[in-house]
Design a protein around this ligand. Structure first.
Ligand code: 9MR
Length: 375
């Protein structure tokens, strides 16, 4: 065989080997299969998470977005949707399941936008947190200005719970049944909460019972802000929930929202606080994390601010991971492009884990390495 023939035979053999590898690819391990494919790049958040632990985001739409100069984010922003599907294993409709959105008129339910999120979640193998059924805020004006009797109001609420929870039966992992029931001193919000004011505190137990009948497999939660640490408000929840459990009310969980600011210290007793709810036999969760910072006159975040923010995100996640029943950790939006923070807090912002251009911030990497370390 001439040298030339040998060379061309080798060339063919090499080309065939390359083509075969390209077609078949390296073998997929069982671990990769679970995570959705071979891992050629750094893992996403959901890939880094330990088995059984979900990492979520709120799904932008409704609420403050309605007055912003951009189209409804979730249906329209392709980059946003891509990252939402890729990075997260849990989604929470930011506004799309709230009363004013899903029940805009007395006889009208508008399920379309929330249905689209639930469908997206199914396609992307994500669980859903439902948010929310009993709250003082974002109730439609037909309801708040309706001048209903207590009997009518109770019937309206019962119908709403059976209709909405029933509509998503089997599709919701955790429902924020009761949102922000207590004030800062741990007392029921009987003034600004329409339901508590008109129907009395007993309505809370009714709503949990109705929701449980409408979807027996959904975990039913109390959810609030300012209850990350041990304080008067979280003490109030501990005693409220203990009483409800003693009465056989189907409460399954207690969650802390986690809207933090670099202005204030970090709630170091987060894990200890969650643990006392876990000790009641409850699931726990962190449901709405963001860490805002002062940006006077639209200033850019400094390196020090971003580092402090990353540290707060990391410690929130570590606090959750330290408690056996805390298996769900959700950020309240993952990009500054759509965050509620600058709309509600002038001169504050940059509260999420990615910039408005979807660049990952130190907080993103802090979450990812904390998840990976826990695996
Ligand atoms: O992010 C939500 C924003 O779009 C709404 O305009 C706002 C109205 O109250 O609610 C925001 O979400 C809140 C959540 O439902 C409950 N916890 C506090 C969140 C931030 O305000």
């Amino acid at each position: 065989m001439s040298l030339r023939t040998l060379r061309s035979l080798v060339a063919v053999a090499v080309a065939t080997a390359v083509a075969t590898t390209a077609l078949v690819g390296p073998p997929v391990t069982a671990h990769e299969a679970r995570q959705g494919g071979p891992r050629h790049h750094a893992p996403t958040l959901r890939q880094a998470a330990p088995p059984g632990f979900v990492i979520g985001s709120a799904v932008a739409g409704g609420g403050h977005h309605v007055d912003q100069p951009y189209p409804d984010p979730f249906p329209n922003d392709r980059v946003y949707r891509h990252l939402l599907g890729k990075e997260f294993s849990s989604v929470s409709p930011e506004n799309q399941m709230k009363w004013e959105f899903i029940h805009p008129e007395r006889d009208t339910y508008r399920f379309g936008p929330a249905d689209a999120i639930v469908r997206f979640a199914r396609q992307h193998h994500q669980v859903v947190r439902g948010h929310t059924l009993l709250w003082h805020n974002q109730n439609p004006s037909w309801l708040t200005e309706g001048d209903f009797t207590a009997t009518e109001l109770r019937q309206i609420l019962r119908d709403h719970v059976f209709t909405v929870v029933g509509h998503y039966r089997g599709r919701i992992q955790q429902w924020d049944v009761a949102n922000e029931m207590l004030d800062g001193s741990g007392q029921l919000r009987t003034t600004d909460n329409l339901w508590l004011r008109e129907l009395g505190p007993g309505i809370i137990a009714d709503v949990f019972r109705w929701a449980h009948r409408a979807d027996p497999h959904a975990q039913l939660f109390f959810n609030d802000y300012g209850v990350e640490g041990v304080n008067a408000k979280s003490d109030g929840y501990l005693s409220l929930i203990s009483d409800l459990l003693a009465d056989g009310v189907p409460v399954d969980g207690f969650s802390v929202q986690g809207h933090l600011s670099t202005r204030y210290g970090f709630p170091d007793d987060l894990a200890a606080n969650l643990q006392r709810f876990a000790d009641l036999g409850l699931e726990t969760a962190v449901t709405e994390v963001d860490v805002r910072m002062d940006l006077p006159g639209g200033a850019e975040p400094t390196g020090a601010q971003l580092a402090q923010q990353a540290d707060y995100y990391q410690r929130m996640l570590e606090g959750c991971l330290a408690v056996d029943t805390c298996r769900s950790f959700t950020v309240w939006g993952f990009t500054d492009k759509y965050s509620w923070v600058p709309v509600f807090f002038p001169d504050e912002g940059a509260a999420t884990i990615m910039t408005g251009d979807f660049e990952r911030k130190p907080a993103y990497y802090a979450l990812r390495s904390t998840l990976a370390d826990a695996t």
